[in-house]
Design a protein around this ligand. Structure first.
Ligand code: SF4
Length: 290
């Protein structure tokens, strides 16, 4: 796999300066995403709210894990909305660390962020990629979806057999599925639901299809599938490099299962070209392989 280096004639450096200047975190940097030169070069980024410290420690994830030393920053939603407006985003993707230390698990902060975005950028669509809101799931979903985000994304990440090993005892494969279905029930409007699968963690191709089937059975509209890259020697080792032909096969399987859009390819990430994923699902353009 080859990725581009940041280029001076793209928007990469402008985006970096803007985000750092407003003290905003992005999953692009925190997770060492390989697509950062491309995405920031196009003038897009995925915001990471609720701080830089995650209360979980998934074995594939590079985001710093530990005990957060401060509550959510009440001014972060405003700074984020200002940055999104300055960047001229038409589709804004917001994710976060897990905050199991906060009573509402950060749901109120998501809601405040959506409100700030709608005020500052009323024309933009909004996608939230949320944690599982451990223990307050229903209430948290109501809080977030009351602000009418266009896309509700929650990543299942891996297949049932590997879920606990990769994500720890607090996470649950069935809970992730439940959350995705429940989001549509709670929303009361046609919210698009979306989930992502990482491959190369030890799963089989049949298990990937089984996971896609589970997602479709829970009425999920969009799925992304991408290759795991080991971010450091402390993280899970790469089990296999999935061939581009296999990614194409996943796409065909997903298409046959009826997803509105399937983005499947080595460098595909949940937020990779998220505007196009949404557009593909809404216009019936269907599956795309990168
Ligand atoms: S794929 Fe997502 S996380 Fe990676 S650089 Fe692009 S927007 Fe950021």
């Amino acid at each position: 796999m080859k990725v581009r280096a940041p280029s001076a004639d793209s928007r990469y450096f402008e985006v970096r300066e803007l985000l750092h200047g407003r003290r905003l975190n992005t999953i692009c940097e925190e997770a060492r995403c390989p697509n950062i030169a491309e995405c920031w070069g196009r003038g897009t980024a995925t915001f990471q709210i609720l701080g830089d410290t995650c209360t979980r420690a998934c074995r594939y994830c590079y985001v710093h894990s530990g005990k957060p030393d401060s509550p959510p920053d009440p001014l972060e939603p405003l700074r984020l909305a200002q940055a999104a407006a300055q960047m001229g985003l038409r589709h804004v993707v917001v994710t976060s660390v897990d905050r199991d230390d906060v009573p509402d698990r950060g749901a109120g902060h998501y809601a405040a962020t959506i409100r700030a975005l709608k005020k500052k950028l009323p024309e933009a669509s909004i996608e939230v990629l949320t944690p599982d809101f451990l223990g307050v799931e229903d209430e948290a979903l109501r809080t977030v979806l009351a602000e009418l985000p266009d896309v509700f994304n929650h990543n299942i990440e891996t297949v049932r057999r590997l879920h606990r090993r990769m994500r720890g005892a607090k996470a649950s494969y069935d809970k992730a599925l439940w959350l995705l279905r429940r989001a549509k029930e709670v929303a009361g409007y046609p919210v698009l639901t979306k989930s992502g699968i990482i491959v190369g963690l030890g799963e089989t191709n049949d298990e990937v299809v089984e996971t896609m089937r589970d997602l479709r059975e829970h009425d999920v509209d969009v799925v992304t599938i991408g290759q795991y890259l080991q971010p450091s020697s402390r993280h899970a080792t790469i089990d296999r490099w999935v061939h581009p032909d296999e990614f194409r096969w996943f796409r065909e399987q997903g298409e046959a299962l009826g997803f509105g859009s399937v983005f499947s390819g080595p460098l595909v990430r949940s937020s990779y070209r998220a505007d196009e994923q949404r557009h593909a699902a809404e216009t019936g353009r269907g599956a795309v392989a990168y």
